[in-house]
Design a protein around this ligand. Structure first.
Ligand SMILES: [Zn+2]
Length: 119
């Protein structure tokens, strides 16, 4: 399985720095829902601090849950059946579900991306 981040569609406005308006590079990991509420991102152009808006973070959590549900409903079931209950197939199934969760979270965060200036 590839660990490369998927190519996400770029929209010109949603990933602009809330301070200077320059487009900021949002990495795959930045878009994953984080439990760290004190995380601050720094703009590479102006050095200003910002973070994802709460709505975007919520979108990530919802996307993650939807991705996990889809992963459990579809590939997980197929993989378990293909492996006839073997342990390595079970592990592969869990990995696939986790990947679906991450992809769902990142996709929905990216779609509903909004950045807010932070002090
Ligand atoms: Zn900036």
């Amino acid at each position: 399985m590839s660990t490369e981040p998927p190519a996400l569609p770029k929209s010109p406005s949603s990933d602009s720095c809330p301070r200077c308006g320059k487009s900021v590079e949002m990495s795959f990991w930045t878009l994953l829902p984080s439990r760290d509420n004190h995380r601050i991102l720094t703009c590479g152009a102006c050095g200003g601090h910002f973070d994802l808006a709460n709505a975007s973070k919520m979108a990530g959590v919802m996307g993650g849950m939807a991705g996990m549900a889809l992963g459990v409903l579809l590939p997980f079931d197929w993989i378990i059946r293909a492996g006839h209950g073997s342990k390595s197939y079970l592990i592969a199934g869990v990995v696939v579900v986790a990947a679906c969760m991450c992809l769902g979270a990142v996709a929905l965060t990216r779609i509903l991306l909004r950045l807010e200036a932070r002090p």
